[in-house]
Write a protein that binds this ligand. Sequence first.
Ligand code: PLP
Length: 386
Amino acid sequence: MIYADYNGSAPIGQAVKEYLVNRLNNDGPYANPNAIHFLGSKCLRILETARQVCADVLGARPDQVFFTSGASEGISTIFHSAVLRAKEQGRQSILISQIEHAATIAAALFYEKQGMKLIWIPTLPSGVVDLEFVKKILKTQAKDIACVAVMAANNETGVIQPYSEIGKCAEENQVLFLCDTTQLIGKAEFSFSTSHLDFAVCSGHKLGALPGSGLLLAKHPTLLRPIIFGGGQELGKRGGTQNYIGAETLAIALKNFADNKDQLKTLNTARLSFEAKIKNGLPGLIIFSEEVSRLSNTTFLAYPGIMGQAVQIELESKNIFITTSAACSDNEPATSKVLQAMNIDDAIGRGAVRISLGLWSAPTDYDIIADAIIWAYKKLLKIQSY
Ligand code: PLP
């Protein structure tokens, strides 16, 4: 079996499995980390160590780290915080890219219904957001903008966005910058302190930690306003007893990534030869955003006229799990919003499939997937020609 949907969710990592087995076999400590008894204090100490580890790996201070249930919660909290502040300051617009994840788009649309104006950042055909547009708006309309939301790396194409440049410009113009770093963290070098971001997010299940774990980073923690009210946990910024075991696994997964990030180069080289091999075997195959900087693990491709779902099913018959980007209704595949923003024709967009591996995927995986992809497209092209 080959799992090639790491951008969707990564399998629990080996280091995390070992940590969990050890922790559960040792029978605890299990207690509310906010309780002041001995076991509670022990859990709190472990939680704070996890916070320190996460902060170190991500280039942040521990007091800038807030544990959450995942990236969507972080993004919702950040929007809530930015919009409340904007209301106090009379700011009425949100500057947002078209290729954001649904967690960001849905939050922005919610606040649009509440009276905020959305300014959509166009996307270049390469899949990179239009940096000049962002700079122009930040320079001319800064005082009206509640926040700018641009992701660090796109979940479908893997395109790395010019997030530090946007951060610099937002900082110069005193506009808050929410950068969805969900896909970048664990797949590329990242430092919160040097990237000029006000807010960033991280999702445990993308990194091989327990699902339901995550964190948000806030440059100025006082700007955060909770969306989950509770007993003052996470410095009053996120109510509810922390998922402390989840947070511990997040620290293990991040540390494991930091200790093995040399592997990124190997993965990148393997991806590039995989892409060369499938293009060679299938003239006419399109690899989206091929010419720009992408994550080491992501290939997003299509063959004009061949449906992505058909390819997915063929590969599944060989026990290889890839995904289409398409949101489907009534079994009618649709071009994803990301590809639409890149102006990709439907005949191509409906065919999109994504292959995303992880740092610990077997070195032979790409070769096996390449052979299967070439076989699947040749078969489907033959059927199409009848
Ligand atoms: N942002 C991006 C870019 C993602 O890929 C995802 C997950 O698919 C999310 C946010 C949401 O993450 P979570 O599942 O942790 O809420």
